[in-house]
Design a protein around this ligand. Structure first.
Ligand code: SF4
Length: 467
C-alpha cells in the first residue's frame, strides 16, 4: 500500500495509480540548476527534502527555497542517488514533469443519485467514466470535489499549503438528505468543509439542485448554512440534468417553468443580503435556471467577475454583452463579412446546442440590425439524441447528432463548428474525430470552421477566412 503525506498508508480513497512512484522528468533546461546537478529527462525524483513526491504541489511547496535535497532514480541503475539543487533567488529550477499528480487521480467514493456517469450510454469512452474526486485537482484546475475522501492529514496539508480557493460540491446540509443524495460518506465532506472554513480558506461552492430532493426547505437550510460562512465567496446552483439512460430521473427543471422560478425567487434575499454586507452577489444561479424560467439573465455586475463561469454561471450574460459590444465596436468588419458572403453567394451556419440557440439568434439579429442588411449567417441548434433526456448544451454535442442533422447539401455554406465539442485529442464524446467531421462537411460541399464559439472568436475566424 502506498504512503500518504503523513507517512501512513492510504486506504480511505481509491486512486487511478495506487502505487506512488515519484515524478518522471520530461524536460531539463540546459544550464538550469537541475541541469547543473546532473538531472536529465527520464530520471525519476522519488522525494524532495525527505518527503515523497506525490504531486506538483509537494514540489512547489518543498522546492520553494534556494536549496532542494532530492532522491533520484536513474534508468538502468540500481538504488537511488541523492543530489542537492541550488539556485539563486527567483531562478527557475529548469524542470518539467510528466504530470501534475504523480500518484494518480483520487477517484470518488460516493454514489450520488444524480451522477452523470451513471447515465452514460454503455459504449461511452472509458475516459468519460473516470469519476475523479481529488482535492488537488480542485486547487490546481478548479474541479469540484466532495471532500468525502479527504483524510485528516490531507486536511492539515490543504490548510498548511493554503490551497485556495477550493471548489466544493455541497449539495445539501441535512445529514439524512446528504446521505440519501451522496452516499454513506456524505458527512465527512461537511466535516472537512467546516475545517476549511475554520481555517479561513476561500471556497467556491456548488449545489446540484434535484427537484423534490434538495430543493425547497432543504435548499433554504443549505443556503442559510453557507450564508453564515463568508469564506464561501461564491455558491453556484445548477439544475440536475438527466439523459435517456437514467433509470431514476425522467424530468427536471427544464420542463417546469414554475419550479425554476421558485428557485430564482428563493435565492434573491440571499443575493440582496450578500450585496449589502459583502458587496458581492455571492449566490449565483446557472444560466439554465433563467432559460427554464423564461426569464432574462441578470446584468454582468451581478456575476462578481464570473468566478464560476465554467460551471455555466454567467456564460449567457457574457455572450450577450460581448455580442452587443461587437455590433458597435467592429461594425466595419461585420459589414465586410456579410457583404463578402453575399457577393460570393455563400452563407454561414453557426452550430450550437439547443440551450444556446436563443442567444446565438439574438447575436445574429443584432448583427443584421447594426449593418442594416441580412448578416448572411444563421444558427442551427443540434438536438442531443445521443444522450437524450434534457441534455442541450453545446459542449455535449456529438458527431452522430451533428452529421445527421446538418443538411445533406452544404454547397456554399461555411459551417462554424464549436471546438468545445472536441477533447484535447480532437475527438468527440461519441468517439469521432474532428478531421472526419471536417471531411464530411467538405464531402457535402461545405467548408468547416472549428472555432471557440464566443462572438469575438467567431468574428475573428470569419475575418481570417473571408477577408
Ligand atoms: S462525486 Fe461526482 S463522480 Fe462521484 S458519484 Fe458524485 S457526481 Fe458522480
Amino acid at each position: 500500500m502506498a504512503k500518504g503525506y503523513d507517512g501512513k498508508t492510504r486506504s480511505d480513497y481509491a486512486s487511478t495509480r495506487p502505487q506512488a512512484d515519484g515524478a518522471w522528468l520530461t524536460k531539463v533546461e540546459e544550464g538550469s540548476p537541475a541541469w547543473e546537478a546532473g538531472l536529465e529527462p527520464g530520471m525519476r525524483i522519488e522525494s524532495v527534502n525527505g518527503r515523497p513526491l506525490l504531486d506538483i504541489i509537494t514540489w512547489r511547496w518543498e522546492a520553494d527555497g534556494e536549496l532542494a535535497e532530492l532522491d533520484v532514480e536513474v534508468p538502468g541503475e540500481e538504488g537511488l542517488f541523492s543530489c542537492t539543487l541550488e539556485r539563486e533567488q527567483g531562478q527557475d529550477w529548469g524542470v518539467e514533469f510528466s504530470d501534475v499528480l504523480f500518484d494518480g487521480i483520487r477517484t470518488c467514493v460516493n454514489a450520488c443519485q444524480f451522477c452523470f456517469m451513471r447515465m452514460l450510454p454503455e459504449d461511452a469512452r472509458a475516459s468519460l467514466m473516470l469519476r475523479d474526486d481529488d482535492y488537488r485537482l480542485s486547487f490546481l484546475q478548479g474541479n469540484f470535489v466532495t471532500l468525502t475522501n479527504v483524510s485528516d492529514a490531507d486536511l492539515d496539508r490543504i490548510i498548511e499549503c493554503r490551497m485556495e480557493p477550493m471548489n466544493v460540491s455541497i449539495h445539501a446540509i441535512s445529514p439524512e438528505v446528504r446521505r440519501s443524495l451522496i452516499g454513506a460518506r456524505a458527512q465527512r465532506g461537511i466535516d472537512v468543509l467546516q475545517g476549511l472554513c475554520d481555517a479561513g480558506l476561500e471556497v467556491h461552492g456548488q449545489i446540484v439542485v434535484c427537484a423534490g430532493i434538495n430543493d425547497g426547505e432543504e435548499l433554504r437550510r443549505t443556503l442559510d448554512w453557507v450564508e453564515e460562512r463568508p469564506n464561501i465567496t461564491s455558491l453556484a446552483l445548477v439544475p440536475m440534468g438527466y439523459t435517456k439512460y437514467s433509470k431514476q430521473f425522467s424530468e427536471s427543471f427544464s420542463e417546469d417553468v414554475e419550479a425554476s422560478r421558485a428557485v430564482i425567487r428563493l435565492i434573491e434575499p440571499y443575493q440582496r443580503r450578500a450585496r449589502e454586507s459583502m458587496g458581492i452577489t455571492r449566490f449565483q444561479l446557472s444560466d439554465e435556471f433563467y432559460i427554464d424560467a423564461r426569464e432574462e439573465v441578470p446584468p454582468a455586475e451581478n456575476y462578481d467577475g464570473y468566478p464560476q463561469f465554467y460551471d455555466g454561471i454567467g456564460m449567457l450574460r457574457s455572450f450577450l454583452d460581448e455580442a452587443n459590444l461587437l455590433c458597435s465596436s467592429r461594425l466595419a468588419e461585420l459589414q465586410l463579412i456579410s457583404q463578402t458572403l453575399s457577393d460570393s453567394s455563400r452563407s454561414c451556419l453557426l452550430v450550437c446546442g439547443e440551450a444556446a440557440l436563443g442567444v446565438t439568434q439574438s447575436f445574429l439579429g443584432g448583427w443584421s440590425d447594426a449593418i442594416g442588411m441580412p448578416s448572411g449567417l444563421a444558427a442551427q441548434a443540434i438536438r442531443n439524441d445521443y444522450y437524450g433526456g434534457d441534455v442541450n448544451v453545446t459542449g455535449l454535442i456529438v458527431s452522430c447528432d451533428l452529421l445527421s442533422q446538418l443538411p445533406d447539401d452544404l454547397r456554399g455554406r461555411i459551417v462554424v463548428i464549436p471546438e468545445i465539442m472536441f477533447n484535447f485529442d480532437h475527438v468527440t464524446l461519441d468517439g469521432d474525430t474532428q478531421d472526419h467531421i471536417v471531411e464530411e462537411v467538405a464531402r457535402r460541399g461545405g467548408e468547416a470552421l472549428v472555432v471557440n464559439t464566443t462572438p469575438t472568436a467567431m468574428v475573428d475566424s470569419l475575418v481570417e477566412r473571408l477577408l
